[in-house]
Design a protein around this ligand. Structure first.
Ligand code: BES
Ligand code: ZN
Length: 1000
């Protein structure tokens, strides 16, 4: 998943990361499969006849008390369905299974009609739902887990029509009725239009404009382990027994998989939720219960009725039935905030950290937005199986365990930061996303970009020593710039977003990281007061409603004016739209001649050969740029000026020999290039006294130099020279920036003659840092992070002292059976011990992995398993990973495969294996577990030969209909491979020469 940070190889991951959420929805190619081969038509006719018989039999079999199944008119026809004029509905019954379950199989045609539009019509407006669900936590007699539901959807009619369109996916209906003010409204027929995931109800006559109607349904669906809609998750309890729970993930389009609903973010309504359970289970939902236990709503079950929700979007609903325990910090600021998790997790105190920070973060955001948290409670729960990292359901946020639980005895500083950041992110959504939601998914960045920015503010509030605001540049800024430097990127505000798969693809680096960067850039030039005032006014004006970015921009613009700030000319919205409506970013070139700097801008693309005008942009790939800069005489005095498209811009009056540095502070979403002389002056400043240059800027200088060199805009001799001063600078941010930047060289040079001098150079560069950090796990948060970088890089590039240390620590664990390796260094120690160790070491870790119950520790062991260099062990591990009933959870399979692809020694075997088993992977994991996009980008990121290019082209040709939303990723990978081939031809020799001459 895009956000699941993977330890050491994060330096590589930052280069390649795509969206891990791309594949949550059903793959495109599986949709609309109800059409129409010759065999299918014959089968259809036969089934139709059988069904008529079956329906007759059923009449006798079904208990008279059961609600009879609505039999919509069944037309038998021998014509191909495509030509039929009526929609046929078939009903079959599986009488071998639970006799109360009547399976409704609906044959649809794709006959065009008003339902052919993938977007719901604007004239049916939902106002309220009553939803009553009973998830059965044991299988039916046919071995299938199911849930049963009854629902009422109340909606207003604004245009004369006799059709009701409502979303529904994978639900089988046993009742479909319509009612107006308590009176039945005659239904002509109803059917499922699967291509658009609709239930369509045709009434005998038109509904009255301005009236309210209620759609009443009864239905059931499979409570599958598919991580979407209402699904089941399993864990082993303290007694060693499996426990099944029910939980939900609705965003973006799976609420319709739990009950029929108008499942678009702008169609907000209120909800009365009822959930049924058997003791010792209980139920949770967005609001507190009105009545904890009602009996007799479903035979044998108790039912909890929850308070009516506020007006909200369907994708924010959450339903959980579980046997968990909870904990709550005694300090709260008026909002009850409980953390729920498996009983063992609560008992071990693993929820205490999130319980403590939650009230502080809620209070901080209440003050920051100046809008109170609008609900009566704020529950958070960690479930064992979860596709994303976490989901911001209003009042009941659901997490994977690693994103909510933290145990200081066992878990690392980065595990702790992950928990704080995800909690802050999801709580930020309670305002941004929940109180106001985007009009449509194309503006998803308003949710995710915003939460991704303010998660730093929230985390900084509860952990002020973590230097969160400095970390932003090396995580989100550089990640976004890497992704957005490709021709295959996209604008923040997306175009042509229609299908669930289009929507899922938006949970990517652009919505999250670029979104966060643009919002941070605005915060920086607007100032905190105007930034906050704009947000407050916007939240208050549009609370409980849908929004788009123009409304936000209007409030920010007004706020900047009212606080005395200066808006960019000609206006704020136009200036900012140059960042949100066109893809990519500029490189700002500052050329200094004497006392004058000439500033120009040009679109930046990593591929030097790419056409800089394509695809066309309404803004012509020019931006309105807030340029922060300093000059040498006083690097503490920062100037900000606007650079406009197509307007000459110069800075005068500088000292003739001074250097100038642009994007000072790293707040701008652009690169900066200089004339060679200016670069050389900056580099000598770094070598002589780097403290004169602010730390984020030091990181950006290195990052920019590597990007520019890769694109052919700066000589590698200059780029590589920016790293030399790191023998003195031990700060995490510039080092992280350097290691992330070097990851590209590492991949390109891994199998070239240059690798010897390259790894020698890095070993020498990192040696002073390695000595400085020592193996004692002390110091500030970022010093702890830096120690991991230093030890990780030293061991990876063959420092023998490092390898010896790792081996000693690992064998102590094996021989004493006590793990005294400090949690911060476990990932590094485990991984290197496996990499440099024997098969027995791998087996030792595998045995630990199988029984480990702490999720973060388990993730470290899992990662270590992917560090092996032994071919047959790799091959055996691959089988273990794809064993559906094995020890690797489905939710993790994709990321372990990606880890194997980042390992130089395992990537070929892994890629071969994945290609051989692509059909299997696609079928078994295709509906939400697998990031096809992540797999393809990770496993091809090092491709840099003609042969690899051909291989990838043939992979694309063979699997064109089985790529899920990895389709775009294959094209991106092809683009990258071509550039990589060229890069190697152009630069290997230069880099070889520089490294040979300059290794200390
Ligand atoms: N809204 C998302 C979860 C989500 C992602 C739902 C994709 C459906 C599809 C949530 O707010 C989120 O962004 N979670 C992140 C964590 C965050 C700290 C970046 C995640 O899941 O990793
Ligand atoms: Zn989010």
């Amino acid at each position: 998943m895009f956000f699941i940070c993977r330890y050491i190889y994060k330096h590589l991951a930052i280069l390649t990361m795509g969206s891990d959420f791309d594949d949550i929805s059903q793959p495109k190619s599986m949709k609309g499969k109800c059409v129409f081969s010759k065999t299918a038509v014959i089968a259809y006719v036969v089934v139709t006849c059988l069904v008529i018989v079956a329906v007759g039999l059923m009449a006798g079999l079904i208990n008279k008390d059961q609600t009879p199944v609505q039999v919509a008119p069944v037309t038998t026809t021998t014509k191909a369905p495509a030509a039929a004029t009526t929609i046929q509905q078939l009903q079959t019954t599986d009488i071998t299974a639970d006799p109360t379950v009547v399976e409704t199989t609906v044959a649809t045609t794709t006959s065009p009609g008003p339902w052919s539009s993938i977007r719901l019509p604007p004239f049916l407006v939902p106002t309220h739902y009553v939803v009553d669900l009973k998830p059965q936590l044991e299988p039916d007699t046919d071995g299938i887990y199911r849930f049963y539901g009854k629902s009422q959807a109340v909606f207003m009619v604004n245009q004369s029509t006799n059709y009701i369109y409502i979303h529904s996916n994978k639900l089988n209906y046993t009742k479909v009725e319509v009612n107006q003010s308590g009176d039945a409204v005659p239904v002509q027929q109803w059917w499922l239009y699967e291509p658009n995931q609709y239930l369509i109800v045709e009434l005998q006559s038109n509904m009255t404009i301005g009236s309210s109607y209620t759609l009443i349904t009864e239905f059931h669906g499979e409570l599958a382990d598919d991580l979407g809609g209402l699904y089941r998750s399993t864990y082993t309890n303290a007694a060693g027994n499996p426990v099944v729970i029910a939980t939900t993930q609705m965003q973006p389009t799976d609420a319709r998989k739990s009950f029929p609903c108008f499942d678009e973010p702008a169609l907000k309504a209120t909800f009365d939720i009822f959930l049924s359970w058997k003791s010792p289970y209980f139920a949770l939902s967005n609001t507190p219960p009105v009545v904890q236990e009602v009996t007799n709503m479903w035979p044998g079950y108790s039912t909890t009725q929850f308070n009516t929700t506020v007006k909200m979007s369907t994708y924010l609903l959450a339903f959980v039935v579980c046997d968990f325990d909870s904990v709550e910090d005694p300090v709260n600021y008026g909002v009850q905030a409980k953390i729920y998790a498996r009983p063992a997790q609560i008992l071990e105190g693993n929820a205490n950290y999130s319980a403590k920070i939650t009230p502080e973060i809620l209070k901080y955001f209440e003050e920051y937005f100046n809008v109170s948290y609008p609900l009566a409670k704020s529950d958070q729960i960690a479930v064992p199986d979860f596709a994303a990292g976490a989901m911001e359901n209003w009042g009941l946020v659901i997490y994977r365990e690693t994103a909510l639980l933290y145990n200081p005895q066992v878990n690392s500083a980065s595990n702790q930061q992950r928990v704080a950041a995800v909690v802050a992110h999801e709580l930020a959504h309670q305002w941004f996303g929940n109180l106001i939601s985007p009009l449509w998914w194309d503006e998803l960045w308003l949710n995710e970009g915003f939460a991704s920015y303010v998660e730093y503010l929230g985390t900084n509030q509860v952990e002020p020593t973590w230097e969160m605001m400095d970390q932003f540049t090396v995580s989100d800024l550089q990640r976004a710039l890497n992704y957005d430097g490709l021709v295959s990127s996209r604008p923040i505000v997306a175009e042509n977003v229609n299908t669930p798969s289009d929507i899922n693809a938006l949970f990517d680096t652009i919505s999250y990281s670029k979104g966060a960067c643009i919002i941070r850039m605005i915060n920086q030039f607007a100032g905190d007061n105007a930034f906050k005032l704009g947000l407050e006014n916007y939240l208050k004006e549009y609370a409980y409603g849908p929004v788009d970015h123009n409304q936000l921009f209007a409030f920010w613009s007004a706020a900047i004016a009212s606080t005395g700030g200066t808006n960019p000319a000609p206006n704020f919205a136009t200036a900012m739209q140059s960042w949100t409506l066109q893809m990519g970013y500029p490189v700002v070139t500052m050329t200094k001649v004497g006392a004058t700097v000439t500033v120009t801008q040009q679109r930046f693309l990593l591929d030097p050969k790419a056409d800089k005008t394509q695809p066309p942009s309404n803004f012509g790939y020019k931006w309105t740029i807030p340029l922060w800069y300093v000059n040498q005489s006083d690097t503490t005095f920062i100037t900000m000026e606007w650079v406009y498209p197509d307007q000459a811009f110069t800075i005068d009056g500088l000292g003739a020999n001074d250097f100038v540095i642009g994007n000072y502070g790293g707040y701008g979403y652009y690169l900066v290039n200089y004339d060679d002389a200016n670069w050389k002056k900056i580099i000598s400043q770094l070598n002589n006294d780097y403290t004169k240059i602010e730390v984020k800027t030091r990181g950006q200088l290195i990052y920019d130099a590597f990007s520019l060199a890769r694109a052919g805009q700066l000589h590698y001799n200059i780029t590589l020279s920016t790293t030399e001063y790191l023998v003195q600078d031990f700060h995490y941010v510039p080092w992280e920036s350097c290691l992330d930047s070097l990851a590209y060289l590492d991949q390109m040079l891994g199998r070239s003659k240059v690798y010897g001098v390259y790894s020698n150079y890095i070993s020498k560069l990192v040696a002073p840092l390695y000595t400085n950090v020592t193996w004692n796990d002390t110091g500030s948060h970022l010093q702890q992070y830096q120690r991991i970088n230093a030890i990780g890089a030293s061991c990876a590039y063959g420092n023998q002292d490092c390898i010896n240390n790792v081996n000693t620590q690992f064998s102590d664990w094996k021989t004493t059976a006590t793990n005294s390796i400090t949690p911060n260094l476990r990932t590094t120690v485990y991984c290197n011990a496996i990499a440099y160790g024997e098969t027995g070491d791998w087996d030792f870790v595998w045995e630990k992995y199988k029984v480990e119950s702490n999720s973060q520790e388990k993730a470290k062991l899992e990662y270590a398993l992917s560090c092996t260099r032994t071919p047959w062990v790799i091959r055996r591990f691959l089988d273990y990973i794809l064993d559906e009933n094995g020890f690797v959870r489905k939710q993790d399979a994709s990321s372990v495969l990606q880890d194997l692809c980042y390992n130089e020694y395992s990537r070929d075997i892994t890629w071969d294996y994945i290609r051989q088993r692509w059909d299997y992977i696609y079928n078994v994991y295709g509906t939400g577990f697998f990031s096809f996009s992540g797999i393809i980008s990770s496993c091809t990121s090092h491709f840099s030969t003609e042969f690899e290019l051909q291989e990838l082209e043939s992979f694309k040709a063979t699997n064109s209909d089985k790529l899920g939303s990895g389709v775009d990723t294959v094209d991106q990978s092809l683009e990258k491979t071509r550039t990589n081939i060229q890069w190697r031809a152009d630069y290997e020799d230069t880099i070889f020469a520089w490294l040979s001459d300059n290794t200390p």
